[in-house]
Design a protein around this ligand. Sequence first.
Ligand SMILES: CC(C)(COP(=O)(O)OP(=O)(O)OC[C@H]1O[C@@H](n2cnc3c(N)ncnc32)[C@H](O)[C@@H]1OP(=O)(O)O)[C@@H](O)C(=O)NCCC(=O)NCCS
Length: 147
Amino acid sequence: MMTQIKELTKDHLQALVVLEQACFAHPWSETMFQGDLESPLTVYRGVFSEGTLVAYMGMWCVADEGQITNVAVHPDYRRKGFAKQLIEALIVIAKEKKLTSLTLEVREHNEAAISLYEAMGFEQVGRRKGYYEGKEDALLMTLFFGR
Ligand SMILES: CC(C)(COP(=O)(O)OP(=O)(O)OC[C@H]1O[C@@H](n2cnc3c(N)ncnc32)[C@H](O)[C@@H]1OP(=O)(O)O)[C@@H](O)C(=O)NCCC(=O)NCCS
């Protein structure tokens, strides 16, 4: 399988929307991605398999902090290390930008994602009660650089 990690731009908007819908019960809309892809503060990377976008990750960089906004891998392409490769790529970029940490929010019952983030060195730093639909808590997880 030929795979490649590439920067995502507004040219990838449609592919991103299709992938997002395959991955989430509450997907981001085209408009949300459009605004994000056009912002100078965001970094998007995608994994392409045989030319098809199968995984992506987005990050906001504000002052010296990075916020991972989205991570998703198409259901047919999971457990192949793609999310790990994308996070590693973002870590390299974050360090180049001299960010001091990377933070994200994750549903408290999303065991796959929590395992992934823990394996990458993220630690739980907080909890937002009922953040998702008023029912499920969000865990705040951060990877600190230079500790
Ligand atoms: C969470 C998600 C991004 C993981 O992507 P992935 O490409 O399958 O993950 P990787 O193959 O890179 O896994 C790396 C490590 O994470 C952990 N992990 C990933 N999926 C896991 C699962 N289902 N159960 C337990 N651990 C898991 C493991 O430690 C894994 O290493 P291993 O395969 O050597 O055991 C993917 O399941 C997904 O897109 N889920 C739906 C969207 C989502 O929930 N996104 C996160 C929102 S915060």
